[in-house]
Design a protein around this ligand. Structure first.
Ligand SMILES: [Zn+2]
Ligand SMILES: [Zn+2]
Length: 427
C-alpha cells in the first residue's frame, strides 16, 4: 500500500500547536495596530523577474533556493521566497506613494525556499513582516526595531538582544567591498568554498557565512563602519540616538549583514539565547533603493520580518503556554429520544454563542463523562430517558463533581449566565 507523507521540508501544524500560532498571530495584529500598520495581502506567486530584480541575482535565494515554474502559457512564475519585494510591487502598482507620504503595511503568509531542512527551518515557512514605505527619517528605522522588540516581549520571549549595523549605501558600499576584498584576498585559503565563490560576486555576504571556520576568522576583520559615507554615518548616528532616547538596549555588530541585496544603511536582528546557532528571531533593515530598482520614483523604506516557526519553537523551549479554545459544555444524551432533545438544545445554545460538543453516540454515561474530561469542558448536561418525562436533565460540574437537576426550559439561560460569568473572569 502506498503511504502518503508531506513533502520534504514541509510539515503539518496540528491543532495543539495551532493554538500557539493563533496566539502569535493575534498578538502581532494587536501590536501592529498600536503602531498604525495596516494589513496588505499579495499573491503567493509572482513573476520571477520581480525577485531577480528585487532580491539580487547574487544571493543564495536567487541562485539556488527559488521554486520557479512555467505556467501553461510558458511564463516564468516563482513562489514567493520572502515578502518585501511583493509588498513593494503592490505599493507601486496601486500608486500608494501618491496617496500617502508614509505607507505602513504588514503582511503574513507562507514563503518558499529550497533549503536544507533543519530545526525550525522549512521549505514552506511562514512569515509576518512590517514595511514602512516613504520612510525618510531615521526615526522610522527605530520605530520598526522598537515594534519588533515590543512584539516578541508580548508573546513571552525572554533573553532577547537587539543587534544593529549599517551596511552603507551605493556611494560607500563599493569602498566597503574593496576594504573587505583587500583584507580577504590575502586570506582566501582560510575561507570555506562558498565564501571563496562569494568573494568575487558579493563579498559582503561572506560576513553572513555560518561556517564555524569562517566565523573564527571573521574576528580579525577590519571594522567597516568607519568607511561609511557622511550621510550613512549621520543616519546611523541618528538611529542610535533614537534608540537611546527610547531606552531600548542594543548592541552594535559591525559584521552584521543580511542575506538580501536590497538592504542599505540600517540592518538589525533580534537574537534569542534559546535558539542555538540559528539564533535570530527576526531580521530587517532599510532598503532605500528597492522601489527605484522596481521602476518607481525613489522612495526610502524600512521593514522587518520574522518566521512563525522559530517564534513558536522558542515559545515551546521557554514553556510559554497559551489557553487553547475548548468547548464549555458537553451534551450527553442517553438513548434516541434524549438524543433528539439534545440536538435541539445544541442548536439553540450555539445560536447563543455557547461553544459546546454533543456526544450523540450510544455509549454509556461513564464513557460520555470520559469524553467530557478529555475535552476539558466545564459542565456536562446529562439527558436520560427517564428524565425526558419531566423535561429536565442533570447539569454536572466537571471540576467540582456536583450535579443539579435543571429543566430544558431553564437550561439555556442557566448555561448562558454561567458562560458569560466565566468569560468575564477569564478575559
Ligand atoms: Zn553611504
Ligand atoms: Zn564561509
Amino acid at each position: 500500500m502506498t503511504k502518503y507523507t508531506v513533502p520534504r521540508g514541509t510539515r503539518d501544524i496540528l491543532p495543539e500547536e495551532v493554538a500557539l500560532w493563533q496566539f502569535v498571530e493575534q498578538k502581532a495584529r494587536e501590536i501592529f495596530d498600536l503602531y498604525n500598520f495596516r494589513e496588505i495581502r499579495t499573491p503567493i506567486f509572482e513573476h520571477t523577474e520581480l525577485f531577480l530584480r528585487g532580491i539580487g541575482e547574487n544571493t543564495d535565494i536567487i541562485s539556488k533556493e527559488m521554486y520557479s515554474f512555467q505556467d501553461r502559457k510558458g511564463r516564468s512564475l516563482t513562489l514567493r521566497p520572502e515578502g518585501t519585494a511583493s509588498v513593494a510591487r503592490a505599493y507601486l502598482e496601486a500608486g500608494r506613494g501618491q496617496r500617502e507620504p508614509l505607507s505602513k503595511l504588514w503582511y503574513q503568509g507562507p514563503m518558499f525556499r529550497y533549503e536544507r531542512p533543519q530545526a525550525g527551518r522549512y521549505r514552506q515557512f511562514h512569515q509576518m513582516g512590517c514595511e514602512v514605505l516613504g520612510a525618510t527619517s531615521a526615526y522610522q528605522d527605530t520605530e520598526v526595531i522598537v515594534l519588533a522588540q515590543h512584539f516578541f516581549e508580548s508573546i513571552g520571549l525572554k533573553d532577547l538582544e537587539v543587534h544593529i549595523n549599517s551596511v552603507g549605501c551605493p556611494t560607500c558600499r563599493p569602498v566597503i567591498k574593496e576594504r573587505l576584498k583587500s583584507f580577504l584576498g590575502d586570506n582566501l585559503d582560510s575561507l570555506c568554498a562558498d565564501c571563496r565563490k562569494r568573494f568575487e560576486a558579493n563579498p559582503l555576504r561572506i560576513l553572513d557565512c555560518k561556517n564555524p571556520q569562517c566565523n573564527e576568522f571573521f574576528v580579525m576583520l577590519p571594522d567597516i563602519s568607519d568607511v561609511l559615507c557622511a550621510e550613512c554615518k549621520e543616519h546611523y548616528h541618528d538611529v542610535q540616538n533614537y534608540l537611546n532616547i527610547m531606552r531600548l538596549k542594543y548592541k552594535i555588530k559591525p559584521r552584521l549583514v543580511r542575506g538580501l541585496d536590497y538592504y542599505t544603511k540600517t540592518v538589525f536582528e533580534i537574537i534569542s539565547a534559546h535558539l542555538g546557532a540559528q539564533n535570530a528571531v527576526c531580521g530587517g533593515g532599510r532598503y532605500d533603493n528597492l522601489i527605484k530598482e522596481l521602476g518607481g520614483t525613489p522612495s526610502p523604506a524600512v521593514g522587518f520580518a520574522f518566521g512563525l516557526e522559530r517564534a513558536v519553537l522558542i515559545m515551546q523551549n521557554q514553556k510559554v503556554s497559551v489557553r487553547e479554545h475548548r468547548p464549555y459544555l458537553l451534551l450527553a444524551p442517553l438513548g434516541e429520544n434524549a438524543g433528539n432533545r439534545a440536538a435541539i438544545l445544541a442548536n439553540k445554545l450555539r445560536r447563543r454563542n455557547i461553544p459546546l460538543e454533543i456526544d450523540i453516540s450510544s455509549r454509556s454515561l461513564s464513557a460520555k463523562l470520559k469524553t467530557a474530561d478529555r475535552l476539558g469542558v466545564r459542565y456536562a448536561y446529562i439527558l436520560g430517558e427517564d428524565e425526558l418525562v419531566d423535561k429536565c436533565g442533570q447539569l454536572k460540574d466537571m471540576q467540582g463533581g456536583s450535579q443539579k437537576k435543571i429543566s430544558f426550559e431553564k437550561i439555556l439561560e442557566e448555561i448562558e449566565n454561567r458562560y458569560q460569568k466565566y468569560r468575564r473572569e477569564n478575559k
